[in-house]
Design a protein around this ligand. Structure first.
Ligand SMILES: *Cc1c(COP(=O)(O)O)cnc(C)c1O
Length: 459
């Protein structure tokens, strides 16, 4: 295959994509879960001779779709969305064609400079204070790891980078019980250790209790431990919990600790001014992550980290061997120094296309619809016999359950076996509950109503 073939086949691929998206509503949302069903259709050994692209494309069209859970299906209500606007798909196509590696400014000035402008567009769009800069990571997990590594090194005055952690005091990090498992993963990888992640109890509104945070830090200091920072949750994955930013940040600052906010899902909603009360006080944070790839239409992967001051993170993650020195241009930003990987894709392009093709108004309209439809659906489900709403909509996420866990689990299995909609589960305060989140880019009100019809049919 050469570039002339690519020209033909990329048009074929675009046609295939159009048909795929046009027929999504007719397909079951979740893949049939038959282990090995796809792998069995591939040869066990790699090909020695080149194969014609017709054969490869044909096998793709035959083998792959039946093994897909359709994340862009308008009735995908599971997990959180990984929604992808058509404009962002187009941008990804162009980024793929360019295939630039933007590790340094000079390895493609457009990659770095458009990323800088997109970070500032998004800062304004979310209503964050001037002065935040930032960068794009592959995932919120990596952004959070970067923030926690930075907290570690700030606390150790950068001794950990050179000496390791074996002679250091016991480091302690604080987060609420509602925070995502990526915080647990980060403390493990960062050498802090799971047992030094202190989960602070939450109150009835599911916010971390600020006075409990204060007490935990004070007790750790008395025990000779070294607190390094606080991670706050703005829209938890399980049921959409929010920590009270202002009060929790005030406690952290009173102990001189930096704060990282995980708004991976809910951050996108902050383009609507009316939702910003949910994270009042967030401007006091040092680092904030949100995933435009979840709810803003910039397709996976795209995680934005805002930084109050990039210096500590660059001091932690930046390395400049001679072969990465940039010819006499110290004023330029080399984003590899802000992130864990060296190489970086041109992720800003899909933000540029998406923000322009829909405008903030178009994106706000979608998010507002999702929130409204979520409230309407929760109200409709509450009318059904035996159904109780366990957590009320936090933005567009709520949970419901039947009388007992076994009945709820059986209902979920029937719903997902049916295929018209796809829902997932979580455990909330010990109870097995079904999660409903609305956020798919092309989802309509009729698609949302289908959830009520399917639940009613299987009660
Ligand atoms: C989805 C999610 C994450 C993890 O996001 P990745 O980009 O997949 O690493 C972290 N925190 C919260 C609150 C999330 O919803």
């Amino acid at each position: 295959m050469n570039h002339d073939d690519l020209r033909i086949w990329s048009k074929r691929a675009a046609d295939w994509a159009h048909d795929y998206h046009a027929t999504l509503r007719d397909r079951p949302v979740r893949a049939p879960l038959i282990p090995g069903a796809i792998a069995r259709q591939l040869p066990e050994v790699p090909p020695e001779a080149p194969e014609p692209i017709e054969a490869i494309f044909g096998d793709f069209a035959r083998i792959v779709p039946p093994g897909l859970t359709h994340w862009q299906h308008p009735r995908f209500f599971a997990y959180f969305p990984a929604n992808a606007s058509p404009a962002s798909m187009l941008a990804e196509q162009l980024a793929n064609a360019i295939a630039a590696q933007g590790m340094l400014w000079q390895t493609s000035p457009a990659v770095t400079e458009i990323e800088q402008v997109m970070i500032d567009w998004l800062r304004q769009a979310l209503g964050l204070a001037e002065g935040f800069t930032g960068t794009i990571h592959d995932s919120a997990t990596t952004a959070t790891l970067s923030a926690i590594l930075t907290m570690r090194e700030q606390a150790l005055d950068w001794a950990g980078l050179t000496e390791g952690l074996s002679s250091q005091p016991r480091l302690r990090l604080y987060a609420s019980a509602e925070t995502h498992s990526s915080i647990d993963k980060a403390v493990r990888i960062a050498g802090i250790g799971q047992s030094n992640l202190v989960k602070i109890p939450t109150d009835a509104s599911l916010s971390m209790r600020p006075e409990a945070l204060d007490a935990a830090i004070t007790a750790d200091l008395a025990a000779g431990f070294q607190p390094i920072g606080v991670v706050l949750c703005a829209g938890g994955t399980s049921v959409g919990a929010f920590d009270r930013m202002g009060a929790c940040i005030a406690v952290a600052k009173s102990h001189g600790l930096p704060v990282h906010v995980d708004a991976a899902w809910a951050g996108s909603a902050m383009i609507c001014p009316e939702f910003r009360t949910l994270w009042d006080g967030v401007d006091g944070a040092d680092s904030i992550v949100f995933n435009p790839h979840k709810w803003l239409g910039a397709q996976f992967d795209c995680a934005v980290q805002f930084l109050r001051d990039p210096t500590p993170q660059v001091k932690t993650l930046g390395l400049r061997p001679t072969y990465l020195e940039t010819a006499g241009r110290e004023e330029v930003v080399n984003f590899n120094e802000w992130t864990v990987p060296l190489g970086r894709r041109f992720r800003a392009l899909k933000l540029w296309f998406t923000l322009r093709a829909y405008g903030l108004e178009g994106l706000r309209a979608r998010i507002r619809n999702h929130v409204t439809w979520s409230r309407e659906l929760a109200a409709a489900l509450a009318e059904l016999p035996g159904v109780s709403i366990v957590t009320h909509p936090s933005l567009s996420l709520f949970t419901f359950a039947l009388q007992d866990d076994a009945a709820t689990e059986a209902l979920l299995a029937r719903i997902n076996g049916d295929g018209r909609v796809y829902l997932t589960q979580t455990r909330h305060q010990g109870r097995y509950v079904i999660r409903v989140q609305i956020g798919q880019f092309d989802c309509t009100q009729e698609d949302v109503c289908m959830v009520e019809q399917v639940v009613r049919a299987f009660l």
